[in-house]
Design a protein around this ligand. Structure first.
Ligand SMILES: NC(=O)c1ccc[n+]([C@@H]2O[C@H](COP(=O)([O-])OP(=O)(O)OC[C@H]3O[C@@H](n4cnc5c(N)ncnc54)[C@H](OP(=O)(O)O)[C@@H]3O)[C@@H](O)[C@H]2O)c1
Length: 247
């Protein structure tokens, strides 16, 4: 993996330590970082899944992003569609976190209006730390009760989920660095409310063709949000980029 922007001091491949340092978040305030992979023609999935868009280099960064985060925010659609597993980290990454004053595991936080989530799903039932489910007051009471056995079910609005309130909840729980792994509707909600600080976007070297969604769906923001390039890595014909909100 080689750094191409900003201009590299050398053309050497970046080792894991260098990548971990490059992706270190600003911990002086809450940061919301979103991670996606897309095909060159903008598809967010191939055959319904993100896996075909992710090669070894993207997977390496994916793990480093998880290594840094306090909370892992994901939409219920992605959980259901991808059969999300419990968020685990290998022992070396857990040790790194503890040595840097972080909890061994990030807290999984799922956003769902319908609460159509199976409490026996791996991400909930086998989570090493108690997950959070963000919903609203009008969500079905029976589903709320079933999920309360395995997660903190938190209302963030009367009839809809206010993502700003959900992020404030994470802040108040001492979880400042939020990584969102999508999907498109959750990202669309975050963009519409201008709640995104960083986007880590991998351009997968393939043309998926028509049919798939983009990385963003749902509500439309009042105006496009400006972003600035933080870095671009090159590996396996993929561009692995990080952009930050230009405020
Ligand atoms: N390429 C990638 O990096 C990547 C990453 C993630 C996902 N994906 C792909 O994206 C597809 C899934 O797309 P998606 O848009 O359905 O994913 P999503 O955003 O994870 O899920 C949408 C669902 O999440 C809940 N949700 C999201 N935002 C909400 C909000 N603001 N308020 C209330 N509920 C909210 C709702 O759940 P309820 O229906 O339960 O109310 C909604 O129906 C899959 O094919 C997946 O493979 C790709």
């Amino acid at each position: 993996m080689r750094l191409i922007f900003p201009a590299p001091a050398s053309a050497d491949d970046l080792d894991d330590d260098a990548l971990v340092a490059r992706y270190a978040p600003d911990r002086s305030r809450q940061t919301v970082r979103v991670n996606f992979a897309a095909s060159l023609d903008g598809a967010v999935e191939v055959g319904g899944f993100s896996e075909p868009l992710s090669g070894p280099a993207d997977k390496r960064v994916f793990k480093i992003l998880r290594q840094h985060c306090d909370a892992l925010l994901v939409g219920a659609g992605t959980v259901r569609n991808e059969g999300y597993h419990a968020v685990t980290l290998d022992p070396a990454r857990r040790a790194w976190r503890e040595a840097h004053g972080l909890a061994p595991y990030p807290v999984p936080a799922i956003v769902s209006a319908s609460l159509a989530l199976d409490p026996r799903a791996d991400i909930l039932a086998r989570a090493p730390v108690r997950p959070i489910v963000f919903t609203h007051d009008g969500a079905p009471a029976d589903r709320r009760a079933a999920l309360a056995d395995v997660a903190d079910v938190v209302s963030c609005g009367v009839a809809t989920v206010d993502l700003g309130v959900a992020l404030a909840q994470l802040r108040s729980r001492g979880l400042p660095h939020v990584l969102s792994e999508g999907g498109p509707h959750l990202f669309g909600g975050l963009v519409a409310a201008d709640l995104v600080d960083e986007l880590c976007l991998t351009y997968s070297p393939q043309l998926a063709g028509a049919g798939a969604e983009r990385i963003v769906a749902g509500p439309v923001p009042a105006a496009p949000l400006g972003m600035r390039l933080v870095h671009a890595l090159f590996a396996e014909d993929s561009l692995i980029t990080m952009y930050a909100r230009a405020r």
